[in-house]
Every structure is written in C-alpha cells, then in structure tokens.
Design a protein around this ligand. Structure first.
Ligand code: G
Ligand code: MN
Length: 273
C-alpha cells in the first residue's frame, strides 16, 4: 500500500500537532490531476496535489497545509511535496510528460539561499528540468519581494518551466504576469465558473489567450467542470484545461476522461463548421 493511504492512528489531543509526525514519517502522498491539450485531446502532464492519509483530518491539501502551518512544519511539508512530485515524475510519468509542482516561495527558503532545493534531486533522479513546471502560488506578493522574483528567475535559468497559478485571483494579477513571464498561465477557477453564462468572463478569457499568444505563455483553464464550460473555453481559444470534467485527482496518472474526449471531438466539429 502507498505510504499516504495508510490510515494511521492520529495522536490524541490537538489534531494539528499530528501533522508534523505525518511529515516526518513521510506519510504524505501526491495525487495527480491531468492537464489536457484541448485541441489534440491529449494529456500533456499532471499537477501534483498533496494529500494526507485517506480518511484522516489532513486528507485534503488545504487542511494538511493549514495544520502544518500552525504546527510549524510547513517548510518541511512543502519540501517533502516537491520531492514526492519529482519522484512521481521519475517513476510513473513517461518521457515528455510534464509534472506541475506547486511552489510557494514563502515556504521554499532554499530558493533564497542555495537555489532551488529540488535541482539536485531532479538531477539525481534524471528528471529533465524542462519537464518540471513550478506553479507559483497566487498567495505570494512577488511584487513586494524582489528577492523572490530574482530567485524564481534563477529557477528559469536552471532550466525549469514556470506557471503562474490562479491568474485572476490573489496576487496573480497582470503585474505578476509581467514580473514572472510564466511559461504557463493558469486561469483561476472563479473565471472558468462564469465562462459559460457570462460574456464578460469570455472577454477576460479571450484577453488572456491573446496575452498568452503575444508573450509566449501557454494558457490553461482550471476547474473545468461542465461540457458548457469546455465548449466556451475552446471557443475563446484556450488550448489547455484541467478540472473534474477532464480528470479527477487520483493516486495514478490517469488518461483523459473518455466522455470529455468525445466532447472535445464534437467541439472541433462545432468550431470548424
Ligand atoms: O490552487 P490550485 O489550482 O493549485 O488548486 C488545486 C485544487 O483544486 C486541488 O485541491 C484540486 O483538488 C482542486 N480542483 C481540481 N479540479 C477542480 C475542479 O474542477 N473543481 C473544483 N472545484 N476544484 C478542483
Ligand atoms: Mn496549482
């Protein structure tokens, strides 16, 4: 059984205190959610999402991260998750398949000191750096932290790809797009949610697609949940998507949901009529 799925007995008392034991025992796993080329109907890679033991209070990433935060082991947890994601890439993904790794520079102090801590790990595992995409969290105000921007720039120079997570939410605004010049621009789910019924949301998406074309960022729509959203996104020219409709996060690298593949083929017919 995978480490992360072992339903460990949580220590009694403050449940948050147990989270650091999980981290030190490496009882954390990463789930994989496909990121899909909506034009070719093909998985291009997977986002690695942290999970605590199934059935426990830290199964979902937000509670796991919050628990680690209050217990003082957030740095260690984030570091472990980055390593686990690279391990997944090395052992379970094929050549050319990308691994998207969440990177919150506030919890990657290595970025400012020794550089990206996963460089040595990636090289040891023989993971091509150009197949690792660091997703920068919308929760970090990079504009207020020039040293973090410089550190992120070093990741690019080291050969890694960069994504800006949840564009349109938090600090992932246009200024941050200009600062980071990401290889991937991930449109926040709050915009995807509106895209089927709100013409203004489609205008925002088309503007981001156009920005991506002109600046060399590939645009990914997050939280694609319905066929109507998928069709609207394709109509707006979005090339990549992620969300429950395309594939749920799971312990294995799953292929594209067959129902979504049919929708994409039909969308092609509608779009090229
Ligand atoms: O911020 P970030 O995009 O990294 O968040 C990823 C989170 O979004 C994961 O916890 C994942 O389970 C969740 N998620 C993935 N796809 C969908 C979706 O289609 N809808 C919703 N509501 N959440 C999703
Ligand atoms: Mn993400």
């Amino acid at each position: 059984m995978a480490k992360g799925t072992a339903t460990s007995r949580e220590p009694a008392g403050d449940p948050a205190s147990g989270v650091c034991q999980l981290v030190s025992r490496h009882a954390v796993t990463v789930y994989l959610q496909p990121i899909v080329d909506l034009v070719l109907g093909r998985v291009i890679g997977y986002e690695a999402l942290a999970r605590g033991p199934a059935g426990g209070p830290f199964y979902e990433a937000p509670s796991l991260l919050r628990g680690a935060q209050v217990s003082g082991c957030r740095q260690e947890l984030e570091r472990l998750c980055r390593f686990l994601a690279l391990e997944v890439k090395a052992t379970r993904l094929g050549p050319g398949e990308l691994i998207f790794v969440n990177l919150d520079p506030r919890y990657a102090s290595c970025l400012l000191t020794t550089g990206c801590d996963t460089c040595a790990q990636a090289d040891r595992l023989e993971v091509p750096r150009g197949e690792v995409v660091y997703e920068l969290s919308e929760r970090v105000d990079l504009a207020a932290n020039p040293s973090l921007v410089a550190a992120v720039e070093r990741c690019r120079e080291d050969g890694y790809l960069l994504a800006l997570d949840d564009v349109g939410a938090g600090y992932s605004g246009l200024h941050t797009v200009l600062l980071v010049r990401p290889h991937f621009l991930k449109i926040d789910g709050s915009i995807t949610l509106r895209v089927a019924h709100d013409a203004n949301a489609r205008s925002v998406v088309r503007a981001l697609v156009s920005l991506g074309r002109e600046t060399g960022s590939r645009v990914v729509a997050e939280h694609v949940e319905t066929p109507e959203q998928l069709l609207a996104l394709r109509e707006c020219g979005v090339e990549y998507g992620q969300g429950f409709l395309l594939g749920r996060p799971g312990p294995e690298p799953e292929s594209l949901n067959p129902q979504a593949l049919v929708l994409l083929r039909n969308a092609d017919r509608v779009l090229h009529r």
